[in-house]
Design a protein around this ligand. Structure first.
Ligand code: SF4
Length: 363
């Protein structure tokens, strides 16, 4: 069969893609609903997170908050607890805030109107297009990293996918390709293609339903696309934190400010090492600066590593005993003495979970 120039055969392309999607799409829980709120929750969870990780979180979230009113009425801490481990906590905080806007300032229904929905906290171009097209069949093309990769290969697009300046050109291309009769289905089909066939490494071109239309396949240039702008290596931060025990055997947890990285989550006090400082000295100094306590009997527990989007962290964890002082906060929004058994009731960062068991066994 001769290769078809995609630009001349958009309709054939759409049919081939949709036919494949109807037959082979994965059975995912959020595909069995037309409830706009559930579709919205799933799209927020799926941003920057793999499908297999989202499954259980999605089920847990909608059974805990079955209606947008339930989410709006819930304390933020409950929302963060259900989200715990999924990462990018700003998504949960914004979804919670947006649910409150929907219930308190709008009609109580997820807006079936792109402009109103796009203005809600945390809703960007991608999630607005995805939710509006899937839930309401509105003609908006959703463009995320997976879709950019597919488009770059199909059309041999030179624009780097990790450069904000390329956003417009990918959006325009996606708008042109979109099937306006079934935009929600089409967006999902293109996402599915990117997830299981046109994968980042080793795309499965021989079984790809649209290989007949693909510029990269035709030219055997799949490995060259998508193009990327060179980025700086990820910096590493070295931190030291202390699990402080008081006389009652409780430990001190501090809550991070609501905005910013890991906002609203609870953690053990600590901070970064200064130049030339040992981790132990940094632990004692940071505790003093952050919660105004002096500590004694500092014992090394373990080291954990964690990768964030823009940096990696290495965390040395110490146990120590309360020495002197009253808790005065310089940075955190709240602090509590809690029993070790109660730690799991608090939403904690993943890095903390990495040493929780070791802590429980080494008190
Ligand atoms: Fe991707 Fe290969 Fe399909 Fe082209 S033929 S869209 S490179 S999987």
């Amino acid at each position: 069969m001769h290769k078809k120039q995609l630009i001349e055969h958009y309709q054939d392309f759409r049919e081939a893609l949709l036919d494949w999607f109807r037959r082979y799409q994965r059975d995912l829980p959020w595909r069995n609903t037309d409830n706009p709120y559930y579709i919205w929750v799933s799209e927020v969870m799926l941003q920057q997170t793999q499908v297999k990780k989202v499954g259980d979180y999605y089920e847990k979230f909608i059974s805990r908050f079955p209606k947008v009113e339930d989410l709006a009425a819930a304390p933020l801490q409950d929302v963060l607890k259900v989200w715990e481990g999924l990462g990018y906590y700003a998504r949960a905080r914004n979804l919670h805030k947006a649910a409150q806007v929907v219930v308190n300032e709008l009609t109580g229904e997820v807006p079936a109107d792109y402009t109103t929905f796009r203005k809600l906290p945390g809703v960007g171009d991608y999630s607005a297009a995805a939710v509006q097209s899937i839930a309401f069949n509105a003609p908006y093309a959703a463009v995320d990293g997976n879709i950019k990769r597919v488009l770059a290969r199909l059309f041999l697009m030179e624009a780097p996918i990790n450069d904000a300046k390329s956003t417009k050109v990918f959006q325009q291309q996606a708008d042109t390709l979109l099937d306006r009769n079934v935009p929600g289905l089409f967006n999902q089909a293109l996402m599915e293609l990117g997830a299981i066939i046109c994968r980042p490494q080793s795309p499965a071109c021989l079984v790809c339903p649209v290989n007949l239309f693909c510029g990269a396949f035709d030219a055997t240039r799949q490995a060259e696309f998508p193009k990327r702008r060179e980025t700086k290596p990820t910096p590493e931060r070295h931190l030291a934190v202390g699990v402080i025990y008081n006389k009652a055997g409780e430990v001190l947890l501090t809550q991070r400010q609501l905005d910013g990285l890991l906002g609203g989550l609870w953690e053990f006090p600590g901070g970064e090492l200064a130049d030339g400082e040992t981790a132990e000295v940094a632990c004692v100094r940071n505790i003093n600066e952050v919660v105004n306590l002096s500590v004694r009997n500092v014992r090394y527990l373990t080291r954990v590593r964690h990768a964030f989007t823009h940096f990696k962290s290495v965390v040395d964890v110490f146990q120590c005993d309360y020495g002197d002082g009253e808790v005065v906060l310089n940075g955190p929004r709240d602090a509590k003495w809690v029993t070790v058994a109660a730690l799991r009731d608090y939403p904690l960062p993943r890095a903390t979970h990495k040493f929780l068991e070791e802590l429980m066994n080494n008190r």
